[in-house]
Design a protein around this ligand. Structure first.
Ligand code: HMG
Ligand code: MG
Length: 303
């Protein structure tokens, strides 16, 4: 077995992937405070919001306001999701550091999530990626349903690699392999990642795991064994996807940090501040944090 990475990059997607799924409208001031708290905790990559159609995801309709009022810190990448050229224009106006385009490995999910086929989505993203790069903005890709689809069921690793290849061909620089519904297990994760490693370089791949079946940190570990050193996670395990009913949130950032700290892997993030942020936003949302590590540490401190 090869050595595990010594440093891991965490992208906290809570403000976007997490909050997009909340039923009650959350004030922009709360979203801004969440991003600012993550910045203060040492996160260097934060997925702030998405410039999607407000008709499709009303919760993200305040994206421009949020982007204009966060307190940016040098060295931190503030990224946004973009589904089309209109979204890119809004992202450019908001001075996003990085855009995220998102395709699916399953046709059925592509139709439900962005109202077009996989091939159509790639053609939609082609000018978006080119224009973003011409503006010097990094283009990351998210590949949904890489370990299973809520409509179609199984998804073959070769199907994932195929869409990854299409993303690479249009200039997407980094690919996030996403277990949208959280059904993946470590061996399946390794098979899918191995297939994507035929397309993207090791340091241009990240894992994006949802924790629906409790497998997310095991899947992160499986990726570490392959040398993958970039992961999306969500503070307090916020979220889900409005177009993947029943899927719970992303793996909690606090849980991933606890795993990485235990392995002696550096992230540059202050664990205690991350825990406090997770507890704070969960309090605002009037629920217990979906983070085993965060809740355990908080209970211990209170005792
Ligand atoms: P559509 O209805 O086919 O497209 O939606 P349209 O071009 O006909 O647009 C409909 C209306 O939206 C129009 O307004 C457009 O102007 C407007 P109207 O003329 O009716 O007044 N519109 C926009 N407004 C602002 N910003 C925009 C924009 N685009 C159109 N960018 C579309 C197609 C792709 C736009 C829509 O399906 C969409 O926005 N989908 C986004 C869905 C979404 O955000 N899903 C969650 C994110 S993906 C995810 O969470 C998974 C991920 O985390 C990885 C994982 O876990 O798997 C990434
Ligand atoms: Mg997601």
């Amino acid at each position: 077995m090869s050595a595990l990475p010594q440093h891991v990059r965490i992208v906290d997607v809570g403000p976007r992937d997490g909050l997009q799924n909340e039923k009650q409208m959350i004030p922009a001031s709360i979203k801004i405070e969440l991003v600012d708290r993550l910045t203060a905790a040492g996160f260097t990559n934060i997925e702030v919001t998405s410039f999607v159609s407000p008709k499709w995801v009303p919760q993200m309709s305040d994206a421009a306001d949020v982007m204009s009022r966060i307190r940016r810190q040098a060295g931190v990448t503030y990224s946004v999701l973009v589904p089309n050229e209109k979204g890119l224009a809004r992202a450019l106006a908001a001075k996003a550091d990085e855009i995220v385009v998102f395709a699916a490995a399953s046709e059925a999910f592509s139709q439900r999530n962005i109202n077009c086929s996989i091939d159509e989505s790639i053609e939609r993203f082609r000018p978006v990626a080119a224009a973003a790069r011409a503006h010097g903005i990094r283009v990351r890709g998210a590949l949904s349903c890489a370990l299973g689809c809520p409509y179609q069921g199984d998804v073959a690793p070769s199907a994932v690699a195929h869409v990854a290849r299409l993303m690479l061909d249009i200039g997407v620089q980094h690919i996030g392999v996403a277990d949208t519904i959280g059904t993946g297990t470590p061996e399946k994760t390794k098979r899918v990642m191995d297939a994507v490693l035929d397309v993207y370089e090791l340091d241009a791949i990240s894992g994006h795991f949802h924790d629906t079946y409790g497998m997310a940190t095991a899947n992160v570990y499986a990726c570490l064994e392959l040398g993958i050193s970039s992961f999306d996670s969500s503070i307090a395990g916020l979220g889900g996807c409005p177009y993947a009913k029943g899927a719970t949130g992303n793996v909690a950032t606090e849980d991933v940090l606890y795993l990485l700290n235990g392995l002696g892997i550096d992230t540059g993030i202050d664990f205690q501040k991350a825990v406090e942020t997770g507890q704070w936003i969960s309090g605002i949302l009037d629920r217990k944090a979906h983070s085993r590590a965060g809740n355990a540490v908080t209970a211990k401190l209170a005792a």
